[in-house]
Design a protein around this ligand. Structure first.
Ligand code: GUN
Length: 284
């Protein structure tokens, strides 16, 4: 069994981004800029945003965070996004999800300029990704693909089961795998017999937010298991969706939690923001 070390791969990606930022500054006088909008007081969301801010600083990006009160109106959020769309120092705009219930998330995400949509949540980018055209791709699935590349895991013809069908993770993950010529099955909360699918899979990718959802009896010998789940237990510890202790010995490769997919998500956000900054001013 080999661990897929997301933390060290994330560091490696960030070092290479820092070098590219230096070049971009020297050659074109461009500093990649990321704007983050966060609404309300959810502690987990604030923790994620502060990690994103720190990562931006580390690689030499400009970043601003708009912290908005829970009671802000939808129109006020739209105004801020429009300001960021028109700000030439900002190349990436990220609205931290989830938003409060009185805000319509789909409406908000569609206001972001697709060329600054570094989260890859805008329908324009999703459509381009599905048709295998160049686009911004949702950071978590993109981070998983980067892991496969780094560990020379060939996806062509592999049977891959994705557990979870969210717009942010499961659906884009499945599309990227399909574009890489894998045979993809998407399972979700209404799937009748999850283990029927996972037992046959060469690769299982799970991101639903339920500790111990994937147990050893659900995985075939030598399978690859990617755990996207992040769950905080009552004792304060962080675990994924996989019963790591019992599943790991059966696997050829597995990602740990923490230190697996999580750090890759941030690395891909930086990578997407750099990509946007490089494209800045180009007629695309
Ligand atoms: N909330 C949980 N994950 C994400 C993410 O990747 N991007 C944004 N914007 N919000 C999130």
């Amino acid at each position: 069994m080999q661990l897929i070390d997301g933390k060290s791969l994330s560091n490696k990606v960030q070092i290479s981004i820092s070098k590219e930022v230096e070049k971009l500054k020297q050659q074109r006088n461009i500093v990649p800029g990321l704007a983050v909008i966060i609404v309300g007081n959810d502690p987990a969301s604030h923790a994620y945003v502060s990690m994103k801010e720190k990562a931006c600083k580390k690689v030499g990006f400009y970043s601003i965070t708009h912290k908005m009160p829970e009671g802000i109106t939808q129109d006020e959020i739209i105004e801020i996004i429009k300001m960021m769309n028109n700000n030439p120092h900002i190349h990436g705009i990220l609205v931290q999800l989830p938003l409060p219930k009185h805000i319509d998330t789909d409406t908000i995400l569609e206001v972001i300029d697709p060329k600054k949509d570094v989260d890859g949540f805008h329908a324009y980018n999703i459509g381009r990704m599905v048709t295998n055209l160049d686009s911004f791709v949702s950071c978590t699935p993109l981070g998983v693909m980067k892991m496969f590349e780094e560990y020379n895991i060939d996806l062509e013809g592999k049977d891959v089961v994705v557990v979870g069908a969210s717009n942010i993770v499961g659906k884009p993950m499945a599309m990227l795998l399909l574009n890489a010529n894998a045979t993809v099955t998407i399972t979700h909360i209404y799937t009748k017999d999850l283990s029927k699918y996972t037992k046959e899979a060469d690769i299982v990718i799970v991101g639903v937010g339920r500790p111990n959802l994937i147990t050893a009896d659900m995985i075939k010998d030598g399978a690859i298991v990617i755990d996207i789940g992040i769950n905080r237990l009552e004792d304060g510890s962080l675990v994924g969706d996989v019963d790591f202790e019992n599943v790991a010995p059966k696997c050829s490769y597995i990602t740990p939690v923490p230190g697996g997919v999580g750090p890759m998500t941030i690395a891909m956000l930086l990578s997407n923001t750099l990509k946007s900054a490089k494209q800045f001013g180009e007629n695309i």
